[in-house]
Design a binder for this molecule. Structure first.
Ligand SMILES: Nc1ncnc2c1ncn2[C@@H]1O[C@H](COP(=O)(O)OP(=O)(O)OP(=O)(O)O)[C@@H](O)[C@H]1O
Length: 545
């Protein structure tokens, strides 16, 4: 394999580790375009070069698999080789524009467009994370919108650049001398050499903010006390649901963010906004403010040959399924196997989400300063981190203590509460026979509280059971959420919103008592249909209110 097989047409970009070119792939019959990524290692030491070669091959294999199985969401890798001390990757050419170019040519994105983009890119990120890979350099320059279908393609994975910075320490260990990422898009843990899935979430959230506001993270004012970005005034027409999702995604501390792409996708998919959208903004002139990937020297991130993020990633894998189940039983108007009344269809459009059953220990922030600059932004973040950590630990300890107490109490009280709740609803004007739709909902939660998980699972409609984004591993996912994460569900209220012969809508207010600590109220709407065979009410669909 040699570079001469890929004649260069023109340069596409230049970064800290090399240059990217548009070229022709002469090995393919139609001689299509391809992208040549030329990478130059930082060390000329022959021993290091050999190490880099080995790791480059490993990474090329990873990129090959990633491209091949991604259904076009990640460019295919055609070839890799080393020539005259330079490392080359030959990749599929994506005919499209980067998000940065798109904003410059067509203006800011609307909420609908941002939601669409996130809905399209998050499954790609799930795919990447499921393979234990952290992208490490998500930003508007590294997501391309393909012309033919407007779908986002994720380019420029950071690991290969990291490999180029391999060095050997005095003690003979291999280490990365360089930190890969882009200022402003890199969260704290990544800056300290520990990239994790949530680091990609952070960068994606900031990418979405750029699309909505035209501001790069370093241009957004930072709260001096907490280190959060005060961005909402820059995008005042965004629905509260999207504000909440984006705010969660860009929390300074990784543990306060979505832990992976699947969690964020679930929140997004159940939060269809009932709010009017702002008008489409016409293109505005925006300076070419591409944020360059920088290569920050780091002191000691010793690795043993493999990407240093991998051990962390493996440790986090267990949280994916459980965490993904946080919204696991909540779903919006997907095709149902049962008939749906038009009234229910209307109701489903009103269904919105505020879906984080675990209590959020982070107090709300108010903006205090009016202006800042990049340096102040960076330093205030660093300064506040310690305080935030201290604060959060204190808050968490409090919550845990309170919750422990509350868990014990609530476990003892649950049956009593349910009975009280049943008794109080029976006093309502609705005839409380066995056919009261509210009884079906209460029965569902009773099963869960009585640890009759199979019974509860069987009460769900088949299409909800089979919905892979809600229950990736079917019943196991359901069990992971209800049996492992939730200690109890307490019904605060049940209201019959509407009822006909065939269908009914019931609103419930419940509280999750989480095993890990925290109590969270949740308001949920149940859509029920009468089962023709036994005249019992059956759950047809569930949504958040
Ligand atoms: N597979 C691809 N198909 C089409 N264009 C691409 C592809 N990969 C990269 N490009 C284009 O080349 C530009 C530069 O590429 P890339 O981001 O890989 O490297 P860079 O900007 O030179 O370096 P850095 O990785 O340091 O940011 C991108 O902004 C994009 O416009």
């Amino acid at each position: 394999m040699s570079l001469s097989l890929y004649p260069i047409i023109r340069k596409l970009g230049e970064g800290g580790f090399g240059t990217t070119y548009l070229a022709t792939n002469t090995l393919m019959p139609s001689q299509p375009y391809c992208v040549v990524k030329q990478l130059t290692p930082t060390s000329a030491d022959p021993k290091v070069q050999q190490l880099i070669k080995d790791r480059f091959k490993q990474e090329a294999i990873t990129l090959e698999h990633l491209g091949k199985d991604s259904n076009g969401k990640v460019p295919s890798l055609y070839a890799y080789f080393v020539e005259r001390g330079e490392f080359y990757l030959i990749q599929e050419y994506v005919d499209g524009q980067t998000l940065n170019e798109r904003v410059q040519t067509r203006g800011l994105f609307t909420e609908i467009q941002v939601r669409q983009l996130l809905t399209d890119i998050l499954p790609t990120l799930c795919y990447v994370h499921d393979r234990g890979i952290v992208h490490r350099d998500i930003k508007p320059d590294n997501i391309m919108l393909r012309h033919r279908d407007n779908k986002p393609i994720l380019i420029d994975f950071g690991a290969v650049k990291e490999i180029m910075s391999t060095t050997i320490t005095a003690s003979g260990d291999t280490a990365q001398s360089i930190l890969i990422g882009t200022p402003g898009f890199m969260p704290l843990e990544q800056m300290s050499g520990r990239p994790m899935f949530a680091s990609d979430i952070y960068a994606l959230g900031l990418t979405a903010l750029y699309l909505l506001t035209g501001k790069m993270p370093t241009e957004i004012e930072t709260d001096p006390d907490r280190g959060n970005l005060n961005w909402q005034s820059l995008a005042p027409n965004i629905s509260p649901q999207l504000v909440e999702i984006l705010t969660k995604s860009i929390q300074p501390l990784s543990r306060d963010r979505y832990q992976n792409a699947r969690q964020m996708l679930e929140d997004l998919s159940i939060s269809s906004s009932p709010f009017p959208q702002p008008p489409v903004v016409s293109p505005i002139p925006i300076a070419d403010d591409r944020e360059k990937t920088v290569y920050v020297p780091i002191a000691t991130t010793t690795t043993n040959g493999n990407s240093q993020a991998r051990p962390l990633i493996i440790a986090l894998t267990a949280a994916i399924v459980g965490g993904g189940l946080i919204g696991g039983f909540l779903v919006l108007g997907h095709n149902s196997s049962r008939n749906e009344s038009s009234e229910n269809k209307n109701n489903s459009q009103q269904t919105v989400a505020n879906n984080n059953p675990v209590i959020n220990s982070t107090p709300k922030i108010t903006s205090t300063s009016n202006s800042t600059n990049d340096r102040r932004t960076a330093s205030s973040r660093e300064n506040t981190t310690e305080n935030i950590e201290r604060n959060n630990i204190a808050i968490r300890e409090n919550i845990t203590e309170n919750t422990d107490r509350s868990n014990v109490a609530s476990r003892e009280n649950t049956t009593e509460n349910i009975e009280r709740s049943n008794a109080s609803t029976s006093k309502n004007t609705i005839d409380n026979t066995d056919r009261d739709p509210r009884a079906t909902v209460r029965d569902y939660y009773s099963k869960i509280n009585n640890r009759n998980y199979t019974g509860a699972w069987n009460a769900l409609p088949t299409d909800l059971q089979n919905n892979k984004s809600v229950h990736p591993n079917g019943y196991d996912s359901f069990l992971d959420w209800w049996a492992k994460q939730v200690a109890n569900v307490e019904i605060q209220q049940t209201n019959l919103v509407s009822q006909t012969d065939r269908d009914a809508v019931v609103d419930v207010t419940i509280e999750y008592v989480m095993r890990a600590g925290g109590v969270s109220p949740q308001r949920i709407r149940y859509f029920l249909v009468k089962d023709d065979r036994n005249q019992e009410w059956a759950i047809q669909r569930i949504g958040l209110r």
